[in-house]
Ligand binder design. Structure first.
Ligand code: GLC
Length: 434
């Protein structure tokens, strides 16, 4: 069977964003941001205060960092040496789900179980030392409100997390209780921050002229330094970093696959932008479009963004690897031409994602520049999609050029690998060293 050409063209068009629309999306994003700066209830983004500005770069000392934001939890012991230098002294990492063994993110799991698991990892990171005092920075990458650097309270789970008893609670309190239950009384969480904020702190510690931080991975979100916000509880320099929670940006037109996926997702109506761009969701959209092409609408093939990446990377003449992946997941032995179409579809979904993300970055660059010149700057990005997904980074760069013209020479995106851990340690240092 060969795919229907018209239907295929129509699906590709659904995932294509031309130059004019790209401009409109960037402008709408900026408008939504400006609305939120005046009155946050008017924006589709939560625009959460982080209570940190930029680090001075002189932060020093040994800290624990907990990176809790996806299905892999990591705990680090990090020594900051100032001048952008640091060393990771210890690293412990474990997944929150091992299929068939345990699952701490499902509806059946409780806050006690989840934080108990994390406390055990922290205990391992300090080698069971219950004497030495440790300050901990906690990267908690879910939308949370806070009015100081410690007390982030989870508003709502995102990224399909569903553990009971965490929404509405202060994450650090749950952590402290779990540590106490294990007899760990010498670890004191002093800072909690979103992963985007952690990436920005980490990048700014090493590379001056960085004001925007973003995660492009399982989830997607961006923060930036807003110079006009000052608060007595805010540590650091240059104003306050706002965690936009732009995964929830919803003032753009979804296509029929976006709409259909949203309806069956864990939280319909929420995180519309994230569901169009991030790694957790690209595989879902891909699978839905393939099901339509195969006349199996509604069938779930369990395709992931990792499959998409492998399919796009197959540049061989016979597309053997891509054919095998499709056979294994979709259950059909497809002709080479149809495999090539599926490969084109995967590329279209990734390119749309990269263009949307780039439009949001440009909106922030415009916002920071106001009516002035666009200054030389870096946008720090961490995450598997940015780092590993073929076509992602190059299409971000291309879209930034399209949107900024010659000013694009002043703006580049830089990978800040592992920034979530380092940023948490820097935030802890900022809190402790004032
Ligand atoms: C989700 C979370 C957000 C986080 C992002 C990346 O969008 O709501 O807080 O920054 O994922 O991990």
């Amino acid at each position: 069977m060969a795919f229907n050409q018209e239907q295929f063209k129509d699906i590709i068009a659904e995932f294509t964003i031309g130059g004019e629309r790209l401009h409109e999306i960037a402008a709408t994003f900026r408008q939504d941001l400006q609305l939120g700066l005046r009155d946050v209830t008017q924006s589709s983004m939560r625009m959460l205060k982080s209570y940190v500005g930029l680090p001075s770069g002189k932060e020093t000392g040994e800290y624990l960092a907990l990176d809790f934001g996806g299905t892999n939890i990591r705990v680090f012991k990090i020594r900051l040496d100032g001048d952008g230098k640091f060393e990771i002294l210890k690293r412990v990492g474990r997944p929150l789900i091992v299929p068939g063994e345990y699952n701490y993110i499902s509806k059946d799991a409780t806050a006690e179980q989840m934080f108990g698991f994390i406390a055990e990892m922290i205990d391992d990171a300090i080698d069971g030392d219950h004497e030495t005092k440790f300050y901990l920075g906690h990267t908690f990458s879910f939308p949370s409100t806070q009015d100081n650097l410690y007390n982030a309270r989870l508003i709502i789970w995102t990224k399909e997390f569903a553990t009971q008893g965490v929404e509405g609670e202060v994450a650090n309190d749950l952590l402290v209780e779990a540590l106490k239950r294990r007899g760990v009384n010498n670890v004191e969480p002093v800072a909690v921050l979103n992963d985007t904020v952690a990436v920005l702190l980490s990048a700014a510690y090493k590379t001056p002229e960085t004001f925007i931080g973003s995660i492009y991975a399982t989830g997607h979100n961006t923060c930036y330094l807003e110079p006009s916000i000052h608060d007595a509880n805010c540590f650091g320099e240059g104003g306050m970093i706002l965690n936009l929670e732009c995964g929830n940006f919803s003032k753009l037109v979804p296509n029929r696959f976006d709409r259909e996926y949203d309806e069956k997702s864990e939280k319909p109506g929420e995180q519309r932008f994230e569901k169009m761009v991030s790694g957790r969701y690209m595989g879902e959209l891909f699978g839905m479009a393939i099901a339509e092409l195969l006349g199996e609408k509604g069938k779930n093939y369990d395709l992931t963004s990792v499959d998409m990446s492998a399919i796009i990377l197959d540049e061989s003449e016979n597309l053997g690897k891509a054919t095998d992946i499709i056979m294994a997941k979709v259950g059909h032995e497809l002709e080479r031409d149809d495999v090539a179409k599926i490969r084109e579809l995967a590329s279209a979904i990734v390119i749309r994602s990269a263009r949307l993300v780039a439009a949001s970055f440009v909106a922030l660059v415009w916002q920071r520049a106001g009516s002035g010149k666009i200054q030389k700057q870096h946008v720090a990005v961490d995450g598997s999609v940015y780092e590993k997904m073929p076509l992602a980074k190059e299409n971000i760069t291309k879209a930034i050029s399209e949107l900024l013209g010659e000013d694009a020479a002043n703006v580049d995106t830089i990978l800040d690998n592992g920034g979530s851990g380092l940023g948490a340690a820097i935030a802890a240092a900022m809190a402790v060293q004032k």
